[in-house]
Design a binder for this molecule. Sequence first.
Ligand code: SF4
Length: 382
Amino acid sequence: MKNKSVQHNYKISKRDFIKQSLALSAGLICFPKNLALPISLSESESIYKKLAMYQEETARGIMCQICPNECVLKEGELSKCNNRKVHNSKLYTLAYGNPCSVAVDPVEKKPLYHFLPGSRAFSIATAGCNLVCLNCQNWAISQTSPDKTRNYDMPPEKVVADCTGNKCKSIAYTYTEPVTFYEYVLETATLARKAGIKNIMKSNGYINTDPLKKLCSVIDAANIDLKAFTESTYLKLTGGKLQPVLDSLKVYRDMGVWLEITNLIVPTWTDKPDEIAALCKWLGENGFKNTPIHFDRFYPLYKLEQLPPTPVEVLENAVKIARGEGLLYVYTGNVPGNEISDTICPSCHQVVVARQGYRITKYNITDGKCNNCDHKIDGVWN
Ligand code: SF4
């Protein structure tokens, strides 16, 4: 929910409008400077501008090997993620240099609480996603194709220039699923790194290992959604599999990318204490005790509008479970005024970073250490 896109091209609810307006008026979310008007893809010269990476010819068609869906496509067919198409026997990405959503966000909105706190992230998304989550908050742009949205003309160099022009320390690939605009992310992130700008993935982690390793060489931080903890729930709720996401978490961590995890707790789907405990236990046993986890509150949306919002007690109980499993940095999100959002020193248990919404209200860390007891606080603080 925190990472909901600020867009110009679809209807938002009254509640979200008020929330976004307040955030905008508080200067927390901004429309970037110097942004030209978006155009539709058919108005630009060609939709087949960029060959897709990780494509392989097979007897049944061209296989995309970016994500575990491994689409095999014949001439003219569109991928499951809605942004790859076979043209003249080659697979092209339709999502290159044409984001449909562009905004300047606080990095806390991704959410990343332990990465350059208080900084701004230049945030972009193209249309398309490789999952079909029933609760998607950005479904209007994630479940469609770049030739059906109005897009900004933003090649990688322009993204980097606009990031600098908007005084952002990082570029966030976000809102929809950056795995599916892989080539755009990779080229932009490579240029950004040369310019001293950090790169952030807000992703579902649904990506094959080889492309992920290549991507990690230019990514500095990631917030990955771990949406459920059984294969059957994953399949029914998202259309994907759990294991590839668990594998991705390990790759991000092992490649030295700063990692935080989000678990959206959806009533009747992912709110069972046993399942939350199993998820936390797995994280603890697999070397993720120092990885911040955000338990986010669900609000009725998209195909799950009939469900109530997650009760706050369920989120608080998840926090207790996670702490009981030894996870060191546990937060709740989307509970305005009632969030568990302060960072506590694992050694002296003092608050080292206090937050109110996206704002930092107290900061007691110097050189990555607690000011009170000198204990190292995991994260990228400067
Ligand atoms: S990235 Fe898109 S085209 Fe490639 S395998 Fe995944 S869903 Fe299919």
